[in-house]
Design a protein around this ligand. Structure first.
Ligand code: FES
Ligand SMILES: [Fe+2]
Length: 371
């Protein structure tokens, strides 16, 4: 594919990919015997935990007349619709009782299902699998199963700390994701005396390689002009510090920093809530900063600051996007964004034709930009 030095038009429609796990809610927001509302890909969900603490996710609409189930009675096992009292098993959505039926009526209650979604708790979050053509359980179908377990943060030692933070962004998942992988906004959006300034902008060269359904910024020694990495040097030789950043469909960015026996690992997702709204969830695990005073708080502070800067930027960007302006992607700073759109298209095409995903990258690529 010839690469011209011309900007490329960016498509405006936002596709939300089904057939993947998505983070629905922080695990500590969901309590035993209680219900919570959540929305994923414009699907209203009711999420809760049973008596044993097992999480579950149902479509927040009764299969009888569509009544939201989140205001129903929940006894830790079955959920009762507030309209006509039908009861559903929260784990598979199967109907257990229809109170209006008389003894001689033979309607097969157990053939009726409320929409139910595979649900897992992993690293501080409740994940929900959104299957392919909409809810499998709605009406008369038994719920489907997820092909793989929910994504996990990679950990390199048995002892570690874990923290999360989240921010809602009033933009589509596409803008959320390309904003996250965009290297060129750093000096302008993320300025702080303890991080870096516009004056520290310099040319960078990074190697990328294709990985299944995504791409990797190959292991490299981190940028010398950033404060957290300067901190890391307290623990290890500058040369032994490496960082790897992966992006994989539909929305997952993982970053791994290793410095000798110390490590820091994060899994960030951009979750489509609606077509024009997404949420960034960052979960980090680490075994560094253990002797550093206020280490975890400092880390959380740095992260929160970044995410808040991104959130405020996207809030203003949303204003500009309201009237559908033409947008463009340029080389090389927007190349990861191009790969993202190409991967999405390739994924759709592979699904349509039932063939393997044709990766847009044919091999390793070096990108250069100033940031
Ligand atoms: S709408 Fe739920 S039982 Fe009738
Ligand atoms: Fe950012």
């Amino acid at each position: 594919m010839p690469e011209l030095d011309l900007p490329q038009r960016q498509a405006t429609d936002t596709l939300m990919l089904t057939g993947f796990w998505y983070r629905a809610l922080p695990a500590d927001h969901v309590h035993r015997n209680q219900l919570q509302k959540a929305t994923l890909l414009e699907i209203p969900l009711v999420i809760g935990r049973d008596r044993q603490g097992q999480p579950f996710a149902l479509r927040d609409a009764c299969p009888h007349r569509g009544m939201p189930l989140n205001s129903g009675q929940f006894d830790g096992e079955n959920l009762e619709c507030p309209y006509h009292g039908w009861q559903f098993d929260v784990h598979n959505g199967q109907c257990q009782l229809i109170p209006s039926l008389t003894h001689d009526q033979t309607l097969k209650v157990d053939r009726i299902y409320a929409g139910s979604y595979p649900c897992e708790e992993q690293d501080h979050f409740i994940w929900v699998f959104i299957p392919d053509p909409g809810p499998p359980g709605a009406g008369f179908n038994e719920p489907g199963e997820a092909p793989d377990p929910a994504p996990q943060i990679e950990k390199f030692s048995p002892k570690y700390k874990l923290a999360y933070l989240q921010a809602e962004m009033p933009v589509s998942i596409d803008h959320g994701i390309i904003g996250l992988m965009d290297p060129a906004h750093g000096p302008f959006v993320h300025q702080a005396w303890w991080w870096r300034t516009q004056r520290s902008i310099h040319e960078k060269k990074k190697n990328f390689e294709p990985i299944p359904s995504g791409f990797r910024m190959s292991a490299h020694t981190p940028s010398s002009n950033s404060a957290p990495y300067r901190l890391l040097r307290l623990y290890a030789d500058a040369d032994s510090i490496t960082t790897t950043i992966d992006f994989v469909l539909p929305n997952i960015r993982t970053e791994t920093i290793r410095a000798g026996k110390y490590w820091f690992s994060s899994l960030t997702t951009v979750t489509p809530i609606t077509r024009s709204q997404c949420r960034i969830d960052v979960v980090a695990a680490w075994n560094i900063f253990r002797w550093f005073p206020f280490g975890p708080d400092l880390l959380k502070f740095v992260f929160a600051k970044f995410v808040e800067q991104d959130r405020r930027t996207m809030e203003r960007q949303a204003e500009g996007l309201k009237r559908n302006p033409h947008l463009m992607l340029i080389d090389d700073a927007d190349r990861p964004a191009k790969w993202y759109f190409q991967l999405k298209a390739a994924h759709q095409e592979a699904k349509r034709t039932g063939t393997a995903l044709k990766h847009p990258m044919t091999g390793p690529v070096t990108l250069k930009w100033r940031s």
